[in-house]
Design a protein around this ligand. Structure first.
Ligand code: UDP
Length: 319
């Protein structure tokens, strides 16, 4: 099989590339290197079964060309990271809405199956125990950047779903919950690489708000296995699937665990949200996925626990 990965030089895209190659597929990696990094795919660039294309999903002619040459497309390219969304709202909207529209349009033209990575941000402020795919979305004003991101990804999901329902294009929607592991950078706000970097340097650990907000982190390798299985499954199309971890941890607990693991002298510093992001910023207090649907269809089961993930991230950053 020949697969296109949009966002192929990104954190998740590059791990997906490794997994596709390991099972014998060939790949085209498209990335505009806005947040993706060449060093993530440096080890792949001399291979005959890898083609790297520098470009944007907003370039319709380019998308037409790459889509015409593959069997399937993993559409991962997106403006991601709360910090980036807050800092560059217009660019983020264009990438996440117009870019995705171009991807689906070209996929339809060439009959290419698409798996699109959406996000747990879809659920907004819904803090219920175990968010299921059919659960309600609870959002703040769309004029707040964070919720505009949730809106944009929702439109992307509707596009994917409608292309399937109305035009018969096979599309699979995957909602990722806090995916972490080596190669992820803290530049766009992601908490684990930030805390690990701060702990290694001995800087203060910047816990936002009161630190009682919780997340369930999932190892990128487990997520990648889920993506492959969902792309491969003939009955996955036309639905959304949560992929995420099981262990719920507060940001204050996370900071302490990372400081202990690194053996760091760093102290925790609580930073108000207004200072960390922007005036009036609203966080999600809790985000716990229900991954029953993916487990039942393709046997999705996260295998790597948080301590092991943290260990890998520490080693990656030390390198
Ligand atoms: N966070 C934090 N300190 C940081 C960066 C993030 O306390 O330096 C918090 C953030 O406010 C959120 C959690 O960590 O409550 C996870 O943030 P991340 O951006 O990694 O993911 P998301 O907000 O999308 O869940």
């Amino acid at each position: 099989m020949r697969a296109l990965i949009t966002g192929g030089a990104g954190f998740i895209g590059s791990h997906l590339a490794d997994a596709l190659l390991a099972r014998g597929d060939s790949i085209i990696l498209l990335d505009n290197l806005s947040t993706g990094r060449l060093e993530n795919i440096e080890h792949l660039r001399q291979r005959d079964d890898v083609e790297f294309v520098l470009g944007s999903i907003l370039n319709a002619d380019l998308m037409d060309d790459v889509m015409s040459r593959v069997d399937v497309c993993f559409h991962l390219a997106a403006a991601v990271g709360v910090q980036l969304i807050v800092d560059k709202p217009l660019e983020s909207l264009a990438t996440n809405i117009r870019g995705s529209e171009i991807v689906f349009e070209k996929a339809h033209k060439h009959g290419t199956k698409v798996l699109v990575t959406s996000t747990s941000e879809i659920y907004g402020k819904n803090t219920s125990d175990k968010l299921g795919e059919e659960d309600d979305r609870i959002l703040g004003s769309p004029l707040k950047s964070r919720w505009s991101y949730s809106e944009a990804k929702a439109i992307e999901e509707i596009l994917a779903y409608t292309y399937w329902r109305q035009k018969g294009l096979p599309t699979v929607i995957v909602r990722l919950f806090n995916t972490v592991g080596p190669r992820q950078t803290g530049h766009y706000g992601m908490v684990i690489p930030r805390f690990v970097g701060q702990a290694i340097k001995g800087d203060a650990i910047t816990v936002y708000g009161d630190g009682q907000q919780t997340r369930c982190f999932c190892f990128v390798g487990d997520v990648v296995q889920g993506l492959l299985a969902l792309m491969d499954h003939p009955e996955a199309s036309g639905r959304a699937y949560n992929l995420g971890g099981v262990e719920e941890v507060s940001m204050e607990q996370l900071a302490t665990r990372i400081v202990d693991l690194v053996g760091s002298s760093s102290k925790v510093r609580f930073v108000p949200y207004d200072e960390a992001y922007e005036e009036g910023f609203e966080d999600m207090q809790r985000r716990v996925p229900d991954t029953t649907r993916a487990r039942e269809l393709v046997g999705f089961e996260p295998k790597v626990g948080l301590d092991e993930i943290l260990q890998m991230v520490v080693e990656d950053q030390r390198r």
